[in-house]
Design a protein around this ligand. Structure first.
Ligand code: WQD
Length: 338
């Protein structure tokens, strides 16, 4: 069986490709490399010893997507093809709505024309918004998002749910990621954001390896034990295995199913800094700064539904997340560009 990973050369997509190949799936990747590198896929083939069909193209390009479906027998689409920088989405909202919605609508139209009935979507805990309290459960309503990036995820969930209601043969899985971090244990693939990263873990990694002078902790006066925000960090390999479990599940499933993909265990920013310092052997320099606009104090998952229905749960802990992130960063200080 073949899966089509739209945006599959990115951080989550490349790690998912490894796990799909290990699970015996054939893999086609469609990617325009706007925030990724073809080198990642070459390394996926090195890790697994199996070939990937790599197609350079934009998931919003109807001809390119239709050609993939014409050339390959696709069982399931996994849709990662979206811009994902929260801060950038605030500065460039129209670009985010255009890109993230266009890729989705084009994929769905081409799936319909090709008779492909299975899709897994890379969604985000951000859709819970501010109205819900952690631990977040899939039964909670989507809330008001605090940025255009989050709104695109929320809108795409709605689009997919409506598409599934209109086509009883369509199977839709929405995977709500919490905070993906770390890297494949080989250190050959990892997180390689273009430009200044937004997320904590790549900034921690770049500070530890000396690319940045120090880390700024966004607020030390939150109502938490150590005054810093708490998040549900999940190892990207656990997250990737969750995608394989989701595709295995949808073979006998129709309609829409939502799953949190998290560990259910929150860690604070200061706990992350301590864990990273231990893993890297570097006393990571940091300062306590002002809060970041839009940040929530606490975000973590109730991950029981994925365990019950998918038979999946996260297995790797904070030490492995930091160890594998450091292994990737220290061996690839400038990412895939060497
Ligand atoms: C984590 C914590 C910051 C940087 C976002 C998106 C989510 C998903 C992951 C894409 C927060 C603190 C961070 C820094 C800091 N998107 N921090 N100093 O905001 O939880 O989630 O990224 O995959 O949809 O919303 O992740 O890594 O930006 O921040 O103190 O220099 O680290 O305040 O508490 P976030 P993050």
């Amino acid at each position: 069986m073949r899966v089509l990973l739209c945006g599959g050369a990115g951080f989550i997509g490349s790690h998912s490709a490894v796990e799909f190949l290990k699970a015996g799936y054939d893999v086609t990747v469609l990617d325009n490399f706007v925030n990724s590198s073809p080198e990642a896929i070459r390394r996926v083939e090195k890790i697994t010893g199996r070939p990937v069909t790599m197609v350079e193209g934009d998931a919003a390009d109807r001809e390119a997507v239709a050609k993939v479906f014409a050339d390959e027998d696709i069982f399931c689409v996994v849709h990662y093809a979206g811009l994902k920088a929260v801060g950038e989405s605030v500065e460039q909202p129209v670009r985010y709505y255009r890109n993230n919605l266009d890729t989705t609508l084009t994929i769905l139209e081409c799936m319909q024309n090709a008779g492909v009935k299975n899709i897994v979507f890379s969604s985000s805990a951000t859709v819970y918004g501010e109205a819900n309290e952690p631990p977040y459960s899939e039964t909670m309503p989507r809330g008001a998002c605090t940025n255009p990036y989050g709104w695109t995820k929320s809108m795409i969930e709605q689009i997919l749910e409506d598409a599934a209601k209109a086509d009883p043969e369509l199977s839709v899985i929405l995977l709500r990621y919490f905070n993906p971090v770390g890297a494949h244990e080989s250190g050959l693939i990892g997180e390689d954001p273009k430009g200044r990263p937004n997320n904590l873990m790549p900034l921690l990694a770049q500070t530890a390896v000396g690319l940045r002078e120090k880390l700024t902790v966004y607020g030390g006066d939150w109502d938490t034990p150590d005054g810093t925000c708490r998040r549900d960090y999940i190892h990207v390999t656990d997250l990737a295995e969750g995608h394989v479990a989701a595709v295995n599940y949808l073979k006998d499933h129709r309609g829409t199913e939502i799953f949190n993909i998290g560990t259910g265990t929150p860690y604070s920013v200061l706990e992350m800094i301590r864990a990273y310092s231990e893993a890297s052997g570097v006393d990571v320099p940091y300062e306590i700064g002002d809060r970041r606009a839009g940040d929530l104090q606490d975000v973590w998952s109730d991950a029981t539904k994925a365990k019950e229905l998918l038979g999946w749960e996260a297995k790797l802990g904070l030490a492995e997340m930091c160890r594998d992130s450091w292994n990737w960063q220290s061996h690839n200080p400038r990412g895939y560009e060497g």
